[in-house]
Structure formats: C-alpha cells, structure tokens
Design a protein around this ligand. Structure first.
Ligand code: GL2
Length: 802
C-alpha cells in the first residue's frame, strides 16, 4: 500500500511542474522533472522539520550543536526518498511517464563539503542522530566549491573546481532573516566602567554570514534536523560610489574579499594549512554559529546559567577550536559575564573529539596571525593560557618541566588541541587503540591533570546508506532471513550468523557479490576502458592518498606479484586490484604514488603474459557516490596503515558490512574488527604499534630489510631501472630507501605472506563466503547509531524527542 508521504510527494511534484514550469510531467523535460522531484522532497522535509522543532521547543530539550569544518554529505535524493519510505512509489510514478529515477540519482552531484573520513563521519552522525530522534544541528560553511574534481592525465592528478550548487542547490534553504555579522581585524581598547574592566573591539572589518539550511532526514522517525551552512558576503556590498567614478574593479572589492571566505574547501586531509584564509573560515563559522545559538538561548531563558543543561557544543577536531574563546567573548562582551562565570559556562558546554595523532595535523597558528586577524580572541586566549599554566604550576608541580609543552601559547604558536582540552569537559578519541594512544602518549600529561575528561567513542557508519541503499540485494537477503529490524537497529544483524552453514544463503551471497562486481566492472569499462574479470578476486583500497595509509605498500606487493608471474612462471588466482584516492593538491609524494599505480596498471594491461591473472585499476574522482558502487563489490578490504597512525578508519567498516574481508594491520578500528570477527575471519599482518615505536627508537634502517629480502631488492631495482613502463620513479625509490617514516619495507615480507594466505582462503569458495558472512553478521557494533548513542548517553547527556 502506498504511504501517505508518497501521495503528498506526487501531488507536490505535479504542482511544481505546473507552477514553476507551466508544464506537466508528461510533457516535462528531464531537468524540469528532476527539479520538481528534489523540490517536492525538500518541501516534505521542511514541513516535518517544522513539526519536529516545535516539539523540541515545547519540551525544552537539550540540543547538540555539532561544529565541523566538513560534512561530506554526498547525494541526498535517494537517501531522503529511502528514509521517507517513498522510493519505490516515486520510482514507479516516474516510470509511468517514462522517467528513470536512476538517471535522476546520477544527475545529482555530490555535496563534497569534506575531504574524507572526518567529514563523512559527521554526515553519518547527522543521519543516526535524526533516525534516533535526537535534536542536533550541524554547523559548517556553504563552500561554493567542494572537494575538487580529480582528473588523471597521463598518470598525473589534476584538480578541477567542483561547482555543485547549481544542480544540488534545491536542498539549500536560505534564511536571510537570520544573517549574522562577524568581525575581523581591528583594535582592542580596554577601559574601566562601573562594571569593571571592559573591552571594546574597534575599527574591525565586518563580514555577513548568511545561513542556508539543509534538512537531514532519518529513517522511521518524526525527526528532521538541520545542517546550517554559512555563506559569507560583504556587509557593504557593491560600492555604487566607486562604480560611478569609473572604479569598476574597486567597486566590487569588498564583496570579493568577504565572499572568498566561503569560496572553497581546503583540500588537505590529516594535514594543516596554516593560511590566513583558513583561519578566517574557522572563525567565521564558529562565530556566526555561536552568536546564533547564544541569542536563541538568551531569548528563551534570559540567562546563561542554564546553558550547559540545554546545549552542548561539539568541537569536531580542532578546526572549530575557536569555540572556546568565542563563547567566552560572547558571554563577557555581549552579555556582561565576569571571567570566572563565563569560564564555568564555557568549559561545561564544550566537548572535543580528536581525530588524529599525526603531528602535521595537530593544528597550531602563528601568534601574529591570530593577533592581527582576531585581536579580541587572541587577548582571551592569552588569558586562558595564563590561568591554565598557573593552574598546572600550582596543582601539578611534578609537571612543571612540561608546562611549555602543555601551554596553549608557546614557541610562537597558539596550539589548538591544548586549547580544546583546557576548554572542554570531555575529550575523546575515535577507536579504542587511538583513545589509548591519546592518553598514554599524545596527551599523556593532560591525562594526568584531567583523568576523567578522556574517553573513547569508536566511530561508526550509517548502514542505511552504506548497506541498505548501496547494496539493495544484500539488504533484501538480510530482510528475508532475519527480518527488516536491522534497518533501525543494526545489532539485529547478528542473527545472520545462524546461516553460517546454510548452503543456499552462502550461494546467494556469492551471487550478490557477483552482481555488485558486474555493476562495478561496467563502471570501470566505461571510465577506464579496462575489462575486468568478475570471477577474479576484487581487492580494494579506497581512501585518501596519504603516505601513512601506505597505498605504496600495496603497489610494491603488486609489482612483486607481476614479476613472479612474468619471470618465475607463478600462476596466482586471478585478482583485480582497485584503487581510488584523491591526493591533496600540493602533496607531491601522494601524487607520485598515484602516478606509480597508473603506470603499473598500464604495464599490466599491456602485458599478455600477465594480464589474465592480474589487473590494476585506478578509478578517478573518488567520492561518496562512487564509494557506494565500489564498496559492495569488494572481496578484500585493504586497511594497511602503519600501526598507530590511522585513528580509526571508517571505510574498513563500510567494506566489512558489505562482506569484504579485511587485510590489515592492527591499527585503528581494525583492532575492533578483529575482536568482532575473530582471528580466522580477518588477515592481520605487520608490526604492532609497540613494535613500530620500538623500531623507531632503535632506528629504522630500510637497507637492513633490503639486504635481507630478495623480493624487496628485485622490486626496488625494477622500479629504479625504469621497469615500470620506462618511467622514472627515483623519487619513490629514494623515499623507500632513505626516508620513509612509515616503514613500508619493514612490513613488506609479512604483507606478501598475508596476500598468499588471502589467495589460499579465496580458492576455497565455501570457506571464503563463510568468512564474508561472519564479517557482515558481526558489523553491528560499527553502526553510527551505536556511536551516537554512546555520545548521547556518556558525553552529551541528551535524550530523544519523540
Ligand atoms: C580522520 C582519521 O584519519 C580517520 O582515521 C578517522 O576515521 C576519521 C574520523 O574519525 O578522522 N582524521 C582526519 O583528520 N581525517 C580523517 O579521516 N581527515
């Protein structure tokens, strides 16, 4: 039976066709109907949002404000229709008029407002919070250009702008009535008044923040939450005076400077960019969001005493760390609170998640930059730092030698993680291993001072997008066998373990995998012009390109395999290696690794001795919608970062739930995947975190591994001598032999050995399908529903609003 939402949607689509285009569906063109479907879906969400927010207000429920520079939303149409349980009806409705809904899905560009795992996690959390009916608002920037489009030309990554708004802007609901002014630069004047010492910020430059709301739907819920994206524009706008005087360029200058703030997403992942524009972006969205949140709170309660009971502001990595001084500023300068009271409110309303231990990603800003761009904020940070250092000095004399390391301002820099720890009531890592490393290593001293602040919440993924929508065949099989309850409550998926010995189910699993492989193979044939064998084993490594993730190790193994097939008559199981990854634009080594993958792909493809056994494919422009095609087709999930470096990983979870078996190091959430599936259903190799640290302290000498291992010598000399299509890869040879902080060669032998174990397991079809089943059935704990419930219960202390 058709549901009430579907009926409403249809009527609304018809109406929009009439009113907006003076047309009807029958005669409408594809673009018109596409627009009508998106607009109608958005309207339904707007109505639901209105009803839900009324309830939240009535119940005076505590709310989460999730501050994140990145939300990797992906596409929304399919997700929204699926969540509204209207997908089938709308598909059939459109088909009546000759429109294929799949084509509409393809027309929608990804909202690529993020780089990788961190941004995608934020979007998964919005989905889960909404499905579980928790009130949450996400805050970020409405980047005009999201993550760049990647085009590979002759093996080299080129970046092109991604203007997504034209085709996906229907989801963005402008709220001109809620614009907010943000101040940069200027001077600080202090003077005594009857209220004590007050501070005035003068001669500042104003930028207007205009909000756009993107509605977030959930499954089987009344709730709709919003993701508020701020767009920057000038307060003065276009200068008519200058224009009249013929100063055409100057007349638009103010607008250009202001709007540059929300122009483009910084494409660096796990690495900081200490640029002035980046600092402006951070302050811009933090200030606009906090001004709005506090204004609403004050309107309602007339005081901030109750603020920590009604609001929790979550700092997603240090990018929004200016929340600490900005909330202090608002409370003191705008609402007249004295320092101690303001600090009490601030430090009880903020919670912080750390997402990386990589030193190059721990943000710090030069003092002069912060001081000149944000003079008032800097003066507050200085005072926070002074009090913090004094507190440590007085209460923890044993740490007095470490104060310099713990200080918020030191070595000419403002250290944002230190600021977050001092200013938040909760600090968490994103997997058990990562949270342990934070406590025992990265923030060891802070853990001595604030042992109760540190906790762990292991990441999760929304299986509704990554399983139900991306892999409808598997989802259907699960529904048949264990019922549909898993869609709302993924712990139910555990029941699938019962089918471990069920031949019919195992055979269905194989058929489903094959279908998904065909879908991917079609994509590859179309985009790469490579025919891949769907009976070969699909080995997948898809994620950002980063040295620590060690795509290079994967290629080294492939080159070794190539050489063994070509020169030693080795006949392996046919295997297809699939890579997809974007490298940060200025990251030379990462781009070199892509070039190597592409060159190896070419070399194999041209070689009739090898190509029946081995294929290597680099799929360009990795993004959420592409991941939805690749992941369900994977047999093997490569998670091979150097132990201790990948905070969690979330791709590993998406692959697992789609039945791929992990080949990985004991790093990040791989450790918990290992615990969930047991040692016989995962392939582990390589040094442990402890062993990596020990080797580092002893001194890692790549030549020791080179000398001890014939295959390493063969592979490296092959690369060096132009063996890969005559191309020069000296940069990578030297990297591996003389610098490589991620110790690729130390794990090489164990990695190759693991690959042979994988092959052996894969040859035993029945056994491998059982491994795959175990991975699916034990993925329950990696639901983002579980993660957000952990946050809600243990950190945020919020309740669902039903
Ligand atoms: C990351 C981590 O590298 C990754 O391991 C983790 O899964 C995600 C989400 O917690 O966060 N940190 C980071 O800066 N980026 C990540 O993907 N970009």
């Amino acid at each position: 039976m058709e549901n009430h939402v579907s009926q409403k949607l249809k009527t609304s689509i018809e109406k929009i066709m009439e009113v907006n285009f003076g047309n009807n569906i029958k005669n409408g063109n594809k673009r018109q109907v596409y627009e009508a479907v998106l607009t109608a879906t958005n309207e339904i969400l707007a109505e639901k949002r209105y009803e839900y927010s009324k309830k939240v207000k009535e119940q005076e429920a505590k709310q989460v404000y999730y501050m994140s520079m990145e939300f990797l939303v992906g596409t929304s149409l399919k997700n929204n229709l699926w969540n509204l349980e209207a997908e089938d009806d709308i598909k059939a409705f459109l088909a009546e008029y000759g429109f294929d809904i799949e084509e509409f899905y393809e027309m929608e560009p990804d909202a690529g407002l993020g780089n990788g795992g961190l941004g995608r996690l934020a979007s998964c959390y919005m989905d889960s919070m909404t499905t579980l009916s928790y009130p949450i608002t996400g805050f970020s920037i409405r980047y005009e250009f999201g993550i760049f489009k990647q085009v590979i030309i002759d093996g080299w990554q080129n970046e092109f702008p991604d203007s997504w708004i034209d085709q996906a802007g229907y989801w963005l609901n402008p709220r001109a009535d809620e614009e907010i002014e943000v101040h940069f630069f200027g001077n600080i004047k202090e003077h005594w008044t009857d209220k004590g010492l007050t501070t005035e910020h003068t001669d500042y430059v104003s930028v207007m923040a205009k909000p756009y709301d993107l509605f977030i739907s959930g499954y089987d819920t009344e709730a709709v939450n919003t993701l508020r994206l701020w767009s920057a524009k000038s307060t003065s706008g276009f200068n008519m005076d200058l224009f009249s005087k013929g100063e055409y360029v100057k007349s638009t200058e103010n607008e250009a400077i202001a709007s540059s703030i929300s122009k483009v997403l910084y494409p660096a992942d796990d690495k900081i960019e200490g640029k002035s524009l980046r600092l402006k972006q951070q302050y811009f969205f933090v200030s606009a969001s906090l001004q709005q949140i506090t204004k609403e709170h004050y309107k309602k309660y007339g005081t901030f005493e109750s603020f920590p009971d009604k609001a929790v502001i979550h700092i997603n990595d240090t990018h929004p760390s200016l929340c600490v001084p900005e909330l202090m500023r608002i409370l003191m300068d705008d609402y007249g609170y004295v320092w101690d009271a303001a600090w009490d409110i601030t430090a009880n309303s903020l919670a912080y998640t750390n997402h990386t231990v990589m030193s190059e990603a721990l943000e710090k800003w030069p003092i002069d930059l912060v001081k000149s761009h944000l003079p008032r904020i800097y003066s507050i940070i200085e005072e926070i730092n002074r009090r913090f250092c004094q507190f440590i000095y007085t209460n923890h004399p044993e740490l007095s030698a470490s104060i310099d390391k713990m200080a918020i301002i030191s070595e000419g820099m403002v250290k944002m993680a230190n600021l977050c720890i001092a200013g938040s009531y909760s600090v968490n890592g994103v997997s058990k291993l990562h949270s342990d490393i934070l406590k025992t290593d990265t923030f060891h001293n802070f853990n001595i001072v604030y042992p109760d602040k540190f906790t762990n919440v292991t990441n999760g993924i929304t299986h509704r997008r990554w399983l139900c929508q991306a892999n409808p065949l598997l989802s259907q099989l699960l529904t048949e066998k264990i019922g549909g309850g898993f869609k709302k409550s993924l712990s139910d998926i555990e029941k699938f373990n019962e089918f471990y010995y069920d031949e019919a189910v195992l055979s269905r699993l194989r058929e489903i995998k094959k279908e998904n492989k065909k879908r991917l193979a079609d994509y590859i044939a179309q985009k790469n012009g490579i025919e891949v064998n769907c009976d070969s084993m699909f080995d997948v490594q898809v994620k950002r390109l980063h040295e620590y993730k060690r795509q290079l190790l994967n290629v080294l193994q492939i080159i070794d395999l190539y050489r063994k097939i070509k020169f030693q008559g080795f006949r392996p199981l046919p295997q297809t290696y699939i890579f997809a990854a974007k490298a940060s634009a200025g990251y030379f080594m990462a781009k070199e690794i892509i070039r190597l993958i592409c060159a190896v792909s070419d070399m194999v493809e041209r070689d009739p001795d090898v190509r029946d056994f081995l294929k290597v494919v680099f799929i360009a422009d990795y993004k959420v919608s592409l991941a939805e095609i690749i992941i369900p087709a994977a047999d093997i999930s490569e998670q091979i970062s150097q132990a201790g470096k990948e905070a969690s990983g979330t791709g590993n979870m998406k692959l697992m739930i789609n039945g791929a078996v992990t080949l990985g190091t004991m790093d990040g959430a791989n450790v918990e995947i290992y615990e969930a599936v047991g040692p016989e259903n995962i392939f582990i190799f390589g040094l442990s975190t402890q062993e990596v640290n020990d080797l580092y302290h002893r001194g890692y000498r790549p030549e020791d591994f080179y000398n001890a291992n014939q295959s390493i010598r063969d592979v490296l000399e092959f690369i060096k001598s132009g063996g890969i299509g005559g191309k020069n890869f000296d940069s990578l040879y030297h990297y591996l032999m003389y610098s490589d902080p991620y110790m690729n060669l130390a794990d090489f032998a164990s990695y190759c050995d693991a690959h042979r174990r994988v092959e052996e397991a894969y040859r035993d079809e029945a056994r491998f399908t059982q491994m795959s089943l175990k991975n699916i059935a034990n993925a329950g704990i990696f639901a983002s529903d579980r993660s957000v419930t952990d946050y809600a219960n243990h950190i945020w202390h919020v309740k669902p609003v039903q």
